[in-house]
Each structure stands twice: as C-alpha cells, then as structure tokens.
Design a protein around this ligand. Structure first.
Ligand SMILES: N[C@@H](CCC(=O)N[C@@H](CS)C(=O)NCC(=O)O)C(=O)O
Length: 288
C-alpha cells in the first residue's frame, strides 16, 4: 500500500486485498457451489447472521411474536466468513449473496424476500404491525427506513470498515467516513430531540432498522472503541432512544438469534422454537 498509487487503465484483481473480509471479497456474483437451504416447520424461513442488518429482522420477528402475531419462524445460520452466502440455495433466495434473506412458505411457490428493508416492510404489511396507519406517520416511517438503507453503508462499509477492519489505517478514509458518520448521528440526535421514536409516538420498523446500527454504535457495541472515537456521549437523544429500545424483551431476544460471538449465554445459533432461548443457547448446548 503506497500513497503514490496510480490506478491502471483497467482494474484487475491481484490476489486478496487483506483485511477481515478479504477471503469473501470477489468482483463477481452468482453461486460458487451447490448447496440447498434447509427448511424447517414454520412458514417463515430466515437465513441470516446477527450483524446489524441481520438483527433488524430477528428483532421484527420477535416483536411480532411478542405482540401476539402468528409469526413463528425458523432462523438458520449463514456464516458469511465461511462463504455460506455463495451456495446455490442462498443465491436463489438472494442473488446479492448477503444476509438477511427470507423465504415465505405460506404461499405456493414459496416467495423469496431479500434486503433487510424489504423484509421489514413485507412483514409489517403481512401482519399489519409496526408501520403506522396514519398516512403522515407511515410516510415518516418509510422516510427513515429508506434513510437507513442509504446511510448505513457509510457507517458500516465506510467508517466501520476503515476504522476497525482495514489492514492499514488510512487517515484520509477514516476522516472522510468519520465526518459522515458524525453528521448522520447529528441528524438522528436532532430528530430524536423532539420525537420519542423515529416516526413519532409509534415504535416502528424505522426504529428496528436504525437501532442495530446507530443505536448500538452510540452504546459502544460496534467497532471496538468507536463510541469513544466518535465522542458518542454528545448524542444524548440517540442514547435515550437506544436505551428505551434495548430494554424491550423482543429486542433482547432478537439480537441473540444467529449470534456467534460474545457471551455463550447470548448466542442462539439457530432458532426454531420460542423455547430455544431457554434451552438452546451456546452455554447450554456447548460449542461443538
Ligand atoms: N442492503 C443489504 C445489506 C446486507 C449486507 O451487507 N449483509 C452483509 C452482512 S451485514 C453480508 O451478508 N455480507 C456478506 C458478503 O458481503 O459477502 C440489506 O440491508 O439487507
């Protein structure tokens, strides 16, 4: 890596570029091997991992169940570090090879749903929940949901990548994305000064989309010491909103599903039944 790099006329891959995700980065799409996806007994089949994008959906599913909806689901683990997302079955569910992906087997043929925002809207519409009925509040929820889809890649793929994962610390890249991450946090902090939740009084899919990224970075849960680096204490309204949502039982369950790091008692690699939270966490079943 040098500071006098001149891009060639046509880019070509020169081996792996280093960093935590080097082994799964490729410039091409499509299946790399044959593997069917497992299918459990519930109509909704989720294929995911407990990254912030994955947590959005497991929080929504647990919130639906908590609210009494018949949203039982099987959650299967997709280990993106091992390349599971490039199996033929997963690529059929999501041609973009990214978690989360969901199949709805309550319809024939089963329907695929990919992109976390699309999955949240699909579930909200199917169960008539967590998307306000009032047109103004509903539009506001959609505004913030789409804001998240466009903004979080700067926080995760930009700030998080260059601050925490890149094999070298590049001041220009870290400065550029820190600036943008802090600007986005200020957007949220100002909005949450006058709003309990993103769409106003009602907790919605907009909160479920934004909380795993922006809430957790402010609470010190993402990218090592990023909260200190970002001076996250100045985003007090975001912290207040984070804490209120973090206290919800469905959120506490949702962030455990498909989790493979942290305390074994907080890791539920696969979820097939509500009782799994009591009986199938890694402290109960071991790590083999
Ligand atoms: N816009 C997508 C982003 C999904 C995404 O980036 N997923 C990451 C994990 S957080 C992934 O599967 N990465 C695997 C890879 O890049 O090969 C969504 O919101 O669903």
């Amino acid at each position: 890596m040098t500071d006098d790099y001149t891009p060639p006329k046509v880019w070509s891959q020169k081996g792996q570029n280093g960093g935590q995700f080097a082994s799964i980065n490729k410039p091409t799409a499509g299946a790399q091997f044959d593997r069917d996806l497992p299918v459990g007994r519930h109509p909704l089949q989720l294929y995911s991992l407990a990254t912030p994008n994955g947590q959005k959906v497991t929080i929504m599913l647990e919130e639906l169940l908590e609210a009494g909806h018949d949203a039982e689901y099987d959650a299967w683990l997709i280990r993106i570090g091992d390349g599971d997302q490039f199996g033929s079955g997963f690529v059929a569910a999501n041609p973009n090879s990214k978690i989360p992906a969901m199949m709805d087997h309550s319809v024939t043929p089963p329907r695929r749903v990919f992109e976390s925002g699309s999955i949240l809207v699909y579930l909200a519409e199917r169960f008539g929940a967590f998307l306000p009925a009032d047109p103004t509040a509903r539009t506001e929820a959609m505004n913030w949901l789409f804001w998240q889809m466009g903004s979080a890649p700067f926080l995760g793929g930009g700030f998080g990548h260059f601050y925490a994962y890149a094999p070298v610390k590049i001041e220009y890249a870290i400065d550029r994305y820190t600036m943008e991450a802090k600007r986005q946090l200020d957007v949220l902090n100002r909005h949450l000064a006058d709003n309990r939740f993103m769409a106003g009084e009602d907790y919605s899919i907009a909160d479920m989309a934004i909380w795993p990224w922006y809430g957790q970075v402010v609470a010190g849960k993402l990218y090592g010491d990023a909260a200190t680096f970002l001076d996250a204490g100045i985003y007090g309204n975001v912290r207040r909103w984070h804490d209120e949502i973090a206290a919800r039982p469905a959120v506490q369950r949702g962030i455990m599903v498909n989790k493979t790091s942290g305390e074994p008692s907080e890791q539920l690699w696969e979820r097939h039944d509500a009782s799994d939270f009591q009986t199938r966490t890694q402290d109960k079943i071991g790590t083999d």
